[in-house]
Design a protein. Structure first.
Length: 185
């Protein structure tokens, strides 16, 4: 199955999810992430500010605000993502209608210990299908951080064809499937 077919299949599955199903899935996934050694040991965590059709990160960000970690969000800058500290009071609607952080206090990806990566789909080896713009592939190609993909079960495929520029994640946490070890470092 090619990436466009995967995107269509996942979009159709997301369309039938109820709000309570979405919230429950996000709670299960992020509860699992919070217990992972990679998260427990991380000081600086980059995650995404979820779109309505993505596994929601919003409650997780709010619930973990006082856990002693620094959270960062990406901001689109041309063809790349910049990384800025998360501050609820300094957000604006940016590129692709995603809430992004304001400010000039960007940090380099080398300062990040853990990246929670969004995607349309993952496979059991950590390969991912994004939205097609390559933002995360470019960012992750420079990262030394542990990477965790998060998804609903229907976003997890046995195998996804990957291309040379595609960057897999170390782990995938799926709603019902739990933790799946992806790429090896």
């Amino acid at each position: 199955m090619n990436k466009d077919e995967i995107r269509r299949r996942v979009r159709a599955s997301k369309a039938v999810l109820g709000e309570s199903e979405k919230l429950a899935a996000a709670e299960r996934v992020f509860s699992t992430v919070a217990g992972m050694a990679a998260f427990v040991m991380a000081r600086n965590v980059l995650l995404y500010h979820s779109l309505p059709d993505e596994l929601s990160t919003r409650a997780f960000i709010e619930n973990m605000a006082d856990c002693g970690k620094r959270f960062f969000l990406p901001r689109v800058n041309g063809l790349d993502l910049e990384i800025l500290p998360y501050d609820k009071s300094r957000m604006h609607l940016g590129a692709f209608c995603i809430e992004e952080p304001d400010g000039d206090d960007t940090v380099d990806i080398s300062q990040i210990d853990l990246v929670i990566v969004p995607a349309v789909a993952y496979d059991r080896r950590g390969n991912r299908v994004g939205r097609g713009k390559g933002y995360y592939d470019r960012l992750l190609s420079r990262a030394r951080a542990v990477t965790i993909g998060v998804c609903y079960d229907f976003q997890l495929f046995d195998e996804i064809d990957s291309e040379e520029h595609d960057i897999p994640v170390h782990f995938v946490v799926a709603d019902g499937a739990g933790i799946i070890r992806g790429r090896h470092t």
